[in-house]
Design a protein around this ligand. Structure first.
Ligand code: MTE
Length: 313
């Protein structure tokens, strides 16, 4: 499988965190204030964020500039904290994200529990990815993380491991949305093993040069850039290598609307949202053509050769 980077990059070339601080924060910093303190409500809900060092962007280059930090941290889907886009930024501050471990179990030779700080110590890369929601909006986000295949290498999946299941934390005392029965909690997602092992698939611990904001899935989430955003589960506590295709939360809730694969595909409409066009936020009014596999076809189309993607939506 092709690697996206071939040699280590000296720390002198690491992108400075300031590049990603939003305009408001930069102005505040210039005025001598604390940038983080000036970020306002979004920072309040974000929990205690800290800078992360990472190799500069190792993702395939895209022409769009990253979405404003404040928008990416205030317009979210995280139903454990409510169903409106502003609920996660308002409510996710209650989530305790430290200490945090992920249990990695199932069809593996060396099951283990790993602390998020150990993941960070394994070395991080920045990946500026298009991020596309099934609701037909998109953003461009500088994520920070490590290829999921590096985690898999630690636990050594057996030949019976055909799929990977990702399970979100289930803490009713900290997550008010769990009182609703809109989904079978905890939120679960899944990938076929070759999708999980693909070098674009990122176990993500940061964004915009810092650790993740709580509303974006702190302290650790998945990012699978060629799939609709709901495939990228947040605040993960368990990863299971399994033999059978897992029944994921959205498939269990409504399999007509949400398929297991959910690759971004302009040729397959969602019953409620056409997927032919998308709005790159913050521009809610202009739309543009959706690219198949969210623009990552060159890298991932071969995973699906011979498959009918209208059947396997
Ligand atoms: N993960 C959990 N645990 N709970 C959720 O409700 N929402 C999904 C996905 N991961 C969700 C989740 C959906 S629908 C989307 S579009 C993305 O997270 C949104 O990620 P963002 O808020 O960082 O943009």
């Amino acid at each position: 499988m092709p690697r996206l980077i071939s040699k280590p990059i000296p720390s002198s070339e690491i992108t400075p965190r300031e590049v990603y601080l939003n305009r408001r924060a930069l102005l505040a910093a210039a005025a001598g204030g604390s940038a983080l303190a000036m970020m306002g409500k979004a920072a309040f809900a974000s929990g205690l964020r800290r800078p992360l060092e990472a190799l500069p962007n190792t993702a395939p280059k895209i022409s769009d500039t990253p979405t404003d930090h404040d928008l990416a941290t205030s317009y979210n889907n995280f139903y454990e904290f409510g169903t409106s886009k502003s609920d996660p930024a308002r409510n996710a501050g209650t989530l305790t994200t430290k200490p945090w471990t992920i249990e990695i179990v199932g069809e593996v030779t060396k099951p283990r529990t790993i602390d998020v700080d150990q993941l960070i110590d394994m070395g991080l890369e920045e990946r500026i990815y298009r991020f596309r929601c099934v609701e037909a909006w998109s953003m461009v986000i500088p994520w920070i993380g490590l290829e999921f295949n590096k985690i898999a290498a630690l636990v050594e999946p057996t030949s019976r491991a055909k799929y990977v299941k990702f399970v979100t934390v289930n803490r009713p005392s900290e997550m008010p949305g769990l009182r609703s029965d809109m989904l079978d909690w905890p939120y679960t997602e899944g990938l076929r093993i070759d999708e999980a092992m693909h070098p674009l698939t990122l176990l993500t611990v940061g964004m915009y040069g810092q650790t993740l904001a709580n509303q974006n899935g702190a302290p650790v989430r998945m990012i699978v850039p060629w799939k609709y955003g709901f495939k990228s589960g947040k605040s993960i506590v368990r990863i299971e290598f399994v033999e059978k295709q897992p029944v994921t939360a959205w498939v269990a809730a409504n399999s007509r609307e949400y398929g297991f694969y959910s690759n971004v595909n302009p040729e397959v409409d969602h019953p409620r949202w056409t997927q032919k066009r998308e709005r790159l936020l913050p521009d809610f009014f202009a739309s543009r053509d959706t690219e198949k596999f969210n623009g990552y076809g060159e890298q991932v189309a071969s995973l699906y050769s011979g498959m009918d993607l209208k059947v396997n939506y």
